[in-house]
Design a binder for this molecule. Structure first.
Ligand SMILES: Cc1cc2nc3c(=O)[nH]c(=O)nc-3n(C[C@H](O)[C@H](O)[C@H](O)COP(=O)(O)OP(=O)(O)OC[C@H]3O[C@@H](n4cnc5c(N)ncnc54)[C@H](O)[C@@H]3O)c2cc1C
Length: 405
């Protein structure tokens, strides 16, 4: 009976892992399939890292927060800077959310640390059958079950059955493609260059998390806990620029020196280039196959909403799957999952991240001035600042989703 009710989750990213833990803790059996193995799980490129208050509450619910807090930086304040003016425009303090959340701050803690800790928890949980080094290739479903086809570490084909399959595979989801679901939206022509550097930018007045607008070269600047402590700086690049040339050590130094001149050069720890997509799946579920996280929606990292909203998908979905398996809800409750989370993806995450990029890259001087004035006014007025922070920290979107039946 318990095997028949098993949930098959593809992908041990933050979304797959949080879903697996939330289900397992409610006594649901899970088979979690991940293509990476113990020997290369931690070799993933730097990605998410800013964790918003609502997400911290969810991490706490599944016992993950206590494990990641010591590995991260508690950051109550974030900044908007104008590079052309060389000025701090606005400082937003999450203290305005002290009556809205137990966590009135973001935790700067990289995705890799989160998945490392969550993976340890998954390995220790008796309800989770964790299959590392196992690659999902296809699936089929009928009225009673799903069957996932995988290639196991021995290179053999295997079929894994369950009651539902959840794609936490990330943006290239095979489940989404097999279901023929459109991934609607667009891809920016410019790619973003990420440079990781060991230098303490706080001595120049920066906070742990900074959004820096500039008509020529906007950037983001984030602090991560070491040792050694590192800062991540994002810069836009032109579509025609060559990937290798962009990442030559002297090119990286030149970018950083242009941003903030420093005698003796910067100690660069790494770099990578990534393409930014703004896309939402047309459907989040067909039958027993469900999409969550990046397999359902992808967006620009400006505003730190991708992983956060993916974790929100995971916990929303976990609650509904538990209700179905306990006979407390009909399968139609999964349509509510789609209505709630697709609404958030389109009306909040997409809209906000597209706005965030436009704000940083705005070229028109008059609009830039107006934007800066508005940010200043918002940060200085406690009521407006709270409303702004409720939106930026994804609390508004969660509350709104809660109202959707
Ligand atoms: C530079 C950058 C910065 C970012 N910063 C932030 C931020 O600060 N905050 C934020 O909220 N978001 C941020 N994001 C977005 C965030 O990284 C993603 O939204 C998040 O990682 C999505 O999680 P996921 O679990 O859905 O998918 P993923 O993290 O992509 O994980 C998918 C997992 O599935 C596995 N997998 C894939 N295919 C298969 C298969 N066929 N078989 C088995 N396993 C498979 C993969 O190996 C991987 O482990 C950022 C992204 C980038 C690029």
């Amino acid at each position: 009976m318990r095997e028949a009710n098993r949930i098959v989750i593809i992908g041990a990213g933050p979304v797959g892992l949080c879903l697996a833990l939330a289900l397992a803790q409610e006594d649901v059996r899970v088979c979690l399939i991940e293509t990476l193995g113990d020997d290369n799980f931690l070799d993933q490129v730097p990605r998410a890292g800013t964790n918003h208050p609502a997400t911290l509450e969810m991490f706490d619910r599944i016992g993950l927060y206590a494990r990641i807090e010591p590995r991260g930086i508690i950051a109550p304040v974030f900044h908007y800077w104008d590079r052309a003016e060389g000025a701090l425009i606005a400082a937003f303090d999450h203290v305005h959310l002290k009556d809205d959340t137990r966590f009135p701050y973001v935790l700067q803690c990289e995705r890799i640390k989160i998945v490392e800790e969550a993976l340890q928890m998954a390995k220790a949980h008796p309800n989770i059958d964790l299959r590392l080094e196992t690659t999902f290739t296809a699936f089929e479903q009928d009225a009673d079950k799903v069957v996932a086809h995988v290639v196991n570490p021995a290179g053999e084909r295997e079929a894994i059955a369950g009651r539902y399959i959840v794609s936490g595979e990330g943006a290239r989801s095979i489940v989404r493609k097999d279901l023929g679901i459109e991934f609607e939206g667009f891809t920016y022509a410019d790619r973003t260059l990420n440079i990781e550097v060991a230098y303490d930018f706080r001595r120049h007045g920066y906070a742990e998390r900074n959004y820096i607008s500039d008509p020529v070269e906007w950037s983001n600047l984030f602090h991560w806990k070491g040792p050694p402590d590192r800062w991540r700086v994002h810069f836009p690049t032109a579509p025609e620029e060559d990937e290798a040339a962009l990442q030559r050590p002297e090119a990286l130094q030149a970018r950083l020196q242009g941003f903030l001149p420093k005698a003796g050069g910067y100690d660069i720890c790494g770099s990578n280039l990534y393409t930014v997509h703004q896309r939402v799946a047309q459907k989040f579920r067909i039958g027993r196959a469900i999409l969550a996280g990046d397999s359902a929606h992808v967006n620009s990292p400006i505003g730190a909403m991708g992983m956060n909203s993916g974790v929100h998908d995971a916990l929303n979905l976990a609650d509904k799957l538990v209700q179905i398996l306990r006979g407390q809800a009909q399968e139609a409750v999964l349509d509510r999952y789609e209505r709630q989370r697709r609404h958030v993806a389109i009306k909040h995450t997409q809209a906000q991240t597209i706005r965030n990029k436009r704000l940083l890259a705005e070229q028109d001087p008059a609009i830039r001035r107006r934007n800066n004035d508005e940010l200043r006014r918002t940060a200085e007025d406690p009521k407006l600042a709270r409303e702004f922070l409720l939106r930026s920290s994804l609390i508004t979107s969660l509350r709104e989703a809660g109202e959707i039946q």
